[in-house]
Design a protein around this ligand. Structure first.
Ligand SMILES: [Zn+2]
Length: 448
């Protein structure tokens, strides 16, 4: 099949006007101008999206699909208070609720042109959601305990889940990892054991790291709401002493940076020494601009990380915090925030942010040889973004139109591994009406 549009944005190369992508089975075979491709392959059917951009599927480098249930629930509180409230609400949902919440997340992701997610879950709901939806994913099994006596049990249960989740996938779209939640919710012994396990098995690891001032003060000074209210509520009677170091230096001490693949999420509270560690240990970083801004978590030092060669990509961090899985908003707001604080040093351009949300996010997951750009031989993870709306006309520079004048609503077509999963209002793998009805039930439950 030939997919065609006014603009093809390969990401790894400049855009092509009146371009086309030849897809056979699950692969991209050829990219070029539509007229030449039609002439070379007269037998192929052509799907022409008109004034639209064909581009690689977006790679959401950090989310929690099951948190879609929490959309709009806690909107106006800073990070530590937000976290406390969300944790309290979690207890209102049962396993079926989590399943459907994750399905709602997958529904939104496909509708928004997200073809790969890097998801953190402890219920496993995300595994079912990505398998059902047909999306590509790295799902990390979340682990946490501040109680050293519980570490072995937590690791056992995680390893069982990881084995089960790996066997649940039919093709190669699912990768399973492990995720110690954060420095304020994991005992050092848990970091140590996760590290040993990841090194022995080659399992990828993700963790929330240096994401808020509250976390920084908790680790370094033993202070902040995370040290008191959070621990009172969830950490029981386990003592916690100031460590005198930053969160990055702290997890370094416990071996977490020795794993083969570490994805650090947020990294808004990092200094030059921390950036040295992140760069020298080849840690990948998930930049979540809207969540970081909305919860007052700080600003990621993007220029400094990129200048040190750190693999940075973009994540949404779920509707519980930002309120939509809209990677266009993330690209646009991320770009604007970085310009607002850093323009005197570096003026980032739109095309770079499209790359951050696609190829660079894939590279952060070591998947850049498979997805993240439109190139012959790569997997056919392709989306079409409608650029024909009045607020987008005229379209001068398509990379910049996508960043500055498009959003999730403009996605009209989502293909993963050569399979069409969303096409102009229709989802091929999901029961939309049932999930919308369930969203209302979840809303009522969470308000009780
Ligand atoms: Zn998160």
């Amino acid at each position: 099949m030939i997919l065609a549009a006014r603009y093809v944005l390969p990401v790894a190369a400049p855009h092509i006007e009146y371009g086309a992508v030849l897809v056979r089975d699950d692969r991209i075979v050829e990219i070029g101008e539509l007229s030449a491709m039609r002439a070379a392959h007269p037998e192929e059917t052509v799907r022409d999206f008109g004034l639209a951009a064909l581009m690689p599927g977006l790679v959401d480098l950090h989310t929690h699909l099951e948190y879609t249930a929490m959309r709009g629930l806690v909107d106006d509180l800073p990070y530590a208070e937000w976290k406390l409230q969300v944790l309290e609400k979690e207890s209102l949902l049962d396993s079926e609720d989590w399943e459907d919440a994750a399905m709602l997340g997958a529904l939104e992701a496909l509708r928004s042109g997200i073809t790969t997610v890097a998801d953190l879950t402890d219920s496993g709901a995300a595994v079912r959601a990505v398998n059902t939806s047909g999306m590509r994913a790295v799902v990390y099994r979340e682990v946490q305990t501040m109680d050293k006596r519980r570490v072995a049990e937590v690791m056992d249960s995680a390893q069982n889940d990881i084995a089960e989740w790996k066997s649940s996938a039919s093709g190669d779209l699912l990768t399973v990892g492990i995720a110690p939640h954060s420095a304020y919710s994991c005992h050092p012994e848990l970091f140590r054991q996760v590290s040993d396990y990841a090194i022995a098995t080659g399992t990828p690891v993700a963790t929330h790291l240096a994401g808020s001032r509250e976390e920084y003060e908790f680790v370094k000074y033993g202070a902040s709401r995370l040290a008191f209210e959070y621990r009172q509520k969830w950490g029981a009677d386990i003592p916690w002493l100031p460590t005198g170091v930053s969160p990055v230096q702290y997890v370094l001490q416990w071996g977490l940076m020795d794993v083969p693949e570490l994805l650090a999420v947020h990294c808004t509270q990092v200094d030059e020494h921390d950036i040295d560690v992140i760069a020298s240990k080849d840690v990948a970083v998930a930049f979540c601009p809207r969540c970081n801004a909305k919860l007052g978590m700080g600003v990621l030092p993007l220029r400094k990380l990129l200048n040190r060669g750190v693999r940075v990509g973009i994540g949404t961090d779920s509707p519980a915090s930002n309120n939509t899985m809209d990677m266009f908003d993330e690209m646009r707001i991320g770009l604007l925030i970085q310009r607002a604080v850093d323009a005197h040093e570096q003026f980032h351009v739109a095309r770079k942010f499209v790359k951050l949300g696609t190829f660079d996010s894939a590279r952060a997951l070591r998947m850049e040889h498979t997805v993240g750009s439109l190139e012959p031989g790569k997997a056919a993870d392709i989306i079409a973004v409608d650029l024909s709306h009045t607020h987008q006309l005229p379209t001068q520079y398509p990379y910049s139109t996508v960043v500055h004048a498009a959003n999730q609503d403009n996605v009209i077509f989502t293909m993963v591994d050569g399979r069409v999963l969303y096409d102009e209002g229709e989802w091929m793998t999901m029961d939309v009406e049932r999930l919308k009805a369930r969203a209302e039930e979840l809303r009522v439950k969470l308000r009780s």
